[in-house]
Structures are given as C-alpha cells and as structure tokens.
Design a protein around this ligand. Structure first.
Ligand code: RIB
Ligand code: CA
Length: 327
C-alpha cells in the first residue's frame, strides 16, 4: 500500500535522482512535493535538478507522478560555509546525463520557502500522516523545527539518509556527507522530538554496493525506467566497474517503502559540532546504560531481497505499484 503522503527534501545528486525514480515507480501518486536544499550542489542547481529528474520520469513513466510541488530551500547551512560534492556527482549534480532545464521553468526562491512548506504540511492542529524523506543536509528540516517547536510531533514519520554508526565517514574519515555539510542542522533534527525518526546511515549500504553484477542486470532490463536509471548512474560507470558505488539515497527510499528489508536498532544519536577531526560525525549511544533512543537506525540490510525488489521495480516500471520484495 503506497504511503498516504510523501515529501522529499533533497539535493540531487545522482543517488537522490535514483531514489526519486524508484519512488515514482511504486508510489508516484503519493509524492506530494519536493524541497531543494544546498548539498551535493548549490540550492538553485538542486532545484533545477529536481525538475530535470521529474521531467525525465514523466518521459519514462508518463503520469506516474501526480503534480508534486517544488519549494526552494536553504542555499547554505545554518552556520557553516556551503560544502558541495560535485567531485562525486559532476558539476551539474547529475553527471551531465539529463538535458538542462529551461531557465524560465525554475520557480522563484521566495514564492514558498522550503521551511515554510514543511511546516505547512502539518500546521498547528493538523498532522502530516505521511513520510518526510530527507536525502540531503538537514538545513530545511532544522529551520522548520526552529520555526515551530511543536511541528516535529505533528509529523508521523521522518526518514533521514545520513550519519554513520560504525562504517566511518564518506566526507571525512569520521563524517557522512549530509551530516558533515550541516552538523548543527543534523543535531537539531535528531533532538527535535520526531515521534518516528528512521535513520538510514552509511552502514545500511555495507552489503549494497552497486557493482559490475548489478550493472549487468540493469543493462539486461529494457524498460524506459531501467534505461533512465542506467543513464543517471552512467557517470559512475568507471567507479562501478572498479569497486562499486553505494547509491545511498536509493537505499533510503527502499527503507521508506520496504523497512522489512533492513535490520533496525533503537539508539540515541547526536552529532559532533565541535569543529575538530570528528566534526559532523554521528555518535550513537551504545553504552550499557544508554540515553533514551531518539531514532531507530538501519544498521544492515538483506542484500538478496533488496536487489530482487530493486530490479523487479525497474522491470515493472509504472506498473510496479504491486511489486513487492518477494515479486
Ligand atoms: O553521504 C551520502 C549522502 O550525501 C547522499 O544523500 C548523497 O546524495 C549526498 O547528499
Ligand atoms: Ca542526497
């Protein structure tokens, strides 16, 4: 059963784009909107990339998405200088693999700032009975928490791609990129009191690298949506061939819609904001007398059913609403 309502806060990003394609394939009508945030690329480029990806999804899966809104978000972290990852995603954030967006199509920044759009998903007296999926630095989500301290409690579920429990960092030796890019925002969100905060850290992908074997399976699927994923990940082809790439945000989407594919542990997690060698590192309390948990963490995944579902989705394309992990 698709989630009633889904909102993505995102910094596309090749892996963000793959996550959006998967979501459109199996829960498209539930996708209510997107908010862009500076992360892999600057915020304006992230916003343009959301529209580039949704236009490509419409070509591959006509009608799969309804008419999701785009709210433009923070163009810099709360306190830190902006940190991008164009060395991973290419200068345009999508490896140059999709047509550029006609400039007049990009909504103006001030129409509805992202943090206001997020708060308005669950205004005072109402609840957001859906899932907010955060795939980039948590700046917009943190601003929404600061704007209305009770807002987090009105959001049924927040899923965050970010952090690392025991897998080390990918931005620095200690920190995962989304938390490293805005450590203060990550700490605010973790401590804001969301009733269900599902954290999908680097650890969840420890067995889910996209390798030559996955690439070959992908090349063997002739559907438009499989071609789109192949196009989007083509920028990483040489890395896939060499050591594999973990498509983190795609894993986060699967944790949204197929939580049973993952092993979950409840922890109290906070973030180092001291600016030292561990700046932006997530710290899970695994002592014998831990603090009360503030999230549940996807610490591992069942690789075989994960890939079975991933490829079943791409085989079915728009008809994948019925696809399930055992399909
Ligand atoms: O560390 C991986 C995360 O940082 C992913 O969301 C990727 O898109 C970047 O935002
Ligand atoms: Ca991302």
């Amino acid at each position: 059963m698709p989630e009633e309502r889904i909102w993505f806060d995102t910094d596309p990003g090749i892996d963000d784009a793959v996550a959006l394609v998967l979501a459109a394939s199996e829960a498209g009508p539930a996708v209510e909107g997107f908010s862009s945030v500076a992360g892999n690329v600057g915020e304006a480029q992230a916003a343009a990339n959301v529209l580039r990806v949704t236009r490509a999804i419409e070509e591959a899966l006509p009608g799969a998405l309804g008419s999701p809104r785009l709210a433009r978000g923070a163009d810099r972290p709360l306190l830190r200088p902006a940190r991008h990852a164009t060395h991973v995603h290419g200068e345009d954030g999508l490896g140059g693999r999709l047509p550029p967006l006609p400039v007049d199509l990009l909504p103006k920044r001030d129409v509805l700032p992202a943090y206001r759009a997020l708060v308005e998903l669950a205004p005072p007296g109402e609840r957001f009975e859906g899932t907010l999926v955060a795939l980039g630095p948590l700046t917009n989500v943190a601003l929404a928490c600061l704007c209305d301290r009770d807002w987090p409690r009105r959001v049924r579920r927040l899923v965050v791609m970010g952090g690392s429990i025991e897998a080390g960092g990918n931005a620095t030796a200690a920190a995962e990129f989304n938390f490293f890019a805005d450590p203060e925002a990550a700490r605010i969100v973790l401590e804001a009191g969301f009733p269900q905060l599902d954290l999908v850290p680097i650890d969840a992908g420890r067995r889910l690298a996209f390798t030559r074997s996955q690439w070959s399976r992908l090349e063997g699927i002739a559907t438009p949506v499989a071609r789109l994923v192949r196009e989007l990940t083509g920028f990483w082809r040489d890395r896939v061939e060499a050591a594999g790439m973990v498509v983190y945000d795609a894993i986060a989407w699967m944790a949204v819609h197929h939580a049973d594919l993952f092993d979950w542990r409840a922890y109290h997690v906070t973030v180092d904001t001291a600016g030292g060698a561990a700046d932006g590192a997530s710290v899970a309390d695994r002592t014998h007398r831990p603090r009360p948990s503030n999230c549940r963490v996807a610490v591992d995944a069942r690789a075989e059913p994960f890939w079975e579902h991933f490829f079943a989705l791409l085989k079915c394309g728009g008809g994948a609403g019925t696809a399930s992990p055992d399909s």
